[in-house]
Design a binder for this molecule. Sequence first.
Ligand SMILES: Nc1nc2c(ncn2[C@@H]2O[C@H](COP(=O)(O)OP(=O)(O)O)[C@@H](O)[C@H]2O)c(=O)[nH]1
Ligand SMILES: [Mg+2]
Length: 181
Amino acid sequence: MSFFSSVLAWFSSIFFAKAAELAVVGLQASGKTSFVNVIGSGQWSEDVVPTVAFNYRKVRKGAVTLKIWDVAGQPKFRSMWERYCHGMDAIIFVVDSADPDKFDTARFELHQLLGQPGLAGVPLLVLGNKNDISDHASVKDLIRDLELDKIQDRPVSCYSCSMKSRHNLDIVLRWLTDCSH
Ligand SMILES: Nc1nc2c(ncn2[C@@H]2O[C@H](COP(=O)(O)OP(=O)(O)O)[C@@H](O)[C@H]2O)c(=O)[nH]1
Ligand SMILES: [Mg+2]
């Protein structure tokens, strides 16, 4: 890189730097921490330590800084979701798309969260994770089972993806950088 272009890159990193604050919620073992690890460091692991309360991670993607709150999903932590989602640029709701027995609980918790008055309008990204497992639910199934079409007060996107195979992660990352400012 020439001297000029490196000075230019340095300037633009300061003046055009963008950031997004994101809260990642969803039931336990849906893959929230795996998501943050995979987009943060590219690390995939079969055994992730269950999250106690929350993890915070800052990830740089080009000129965009993603500040991510990874909140625990066990029942006793779900009442904290609202607090972490407050003031975020987006809420990321992760669901294990290969575990349909949990869809009812996931739907209940998601709609309970979105019903909080302080969170009106915050964009929602639903990730149907673990699509490397056969018989996973499609985006169409998730829209129906999680009743995503009933959410009218905010932008909603839903992708089928896998942290293990990294399927669709490029689209997800583009969505996240698009909600930065
Ligand atoms: N097959 C498969 N397993 C996954 C995927 N993402 C996460 N897991 C596994 O699911 C389990 C729970 O993941 P974790 O990230 O701790 O979920 P969290 O409780 O939502 O943070 C771990 O054993 C992960 O290795 C995926 O895309 N495919
Ligand atoms: Mg976790």
